[in-house]
Design a protein. Structure first.
Length: 183
């Protein structure tokens, strides 16, 4: 199924969307809370808010656009690709993430508290702030993510950083280990 133009606000909560393609759309709110998306391709989405709390995504790709607030708290995401997106706020609190790839994304705030993160990779991405407090991390590759600040560096166990990133965040990483850092 191919979808084109949308109204200003779309509520598709608790729906099942399978083998579908969404072409460029600008809308205020897109609600897919509790929905299941399988084999979905979304291009050029511009939205003030996309809310997919407690949703399930399998083989989903979003390419291009801007989403001011992406709320996927408690979602279960597998084999998801986000490409060339501008994201002001991403809420993945309590989400389960596996086989996720972000490419060319510009993120202001990335919240991952209490998330389960497995095989997540960034390429050519930036984030002003990353909050991974209490996240359970396995194979989180941050080498392709330029991060301005980690809210809690002690939560990065299981993540991979480049030597350059370690140098940039050395003070925060040292403090997370209990090292008293002074001038």
């Amino acid at each position: 199924v191919a979808f084109g133009a949308f109204a200003d606000s779309v509520d598709a909560s608790y729906s099942t969307i399978v083998e579908s393609r969404f072409t460029p759309a600008s809308l205020h709110d897109l609600s897919i809370n509790g929905s299941t998306l399988t084999d979905v391709d979304i291009e050029g989405l511009n939205a003030v808010q996309l809310s997919g709390r407690e949703s399930t995504w399998r083989n989903v790709r979003i390419d291009g656009g801007r989403i001011a607030s992406l709320n996927l708290a408690g979602a279960n995401l597998g084999s998801v690709e986000l490409r060339n997106l501008r994201l002001d706020y991403v809420n993945l609190a309590g989400a389960e993430l596996a086989d996720i790839h972000l490419i060319g994304c510009r993120i202001a705030t990335l919240d991952l508290p209490d998330a389960r993160v497995t095989r997540v990779r960034f390429d050519e991405c930036t984030a002003d702030e990353v909050d991974a407090r209490r996240a359970r991390i396995q194979h989180l590759d941050l080498r392709g993510l330029e991060v301005g600040r980690f809210v809690d560096a002690s939560s990065l166990g299981g993540a991979t950083l480049s030597e350059r990133q370690v140098g940039l965040h050395a003070v925060d990483l040292a403090r997370a280990l209990g090292v008293d850092v002074r001038d």
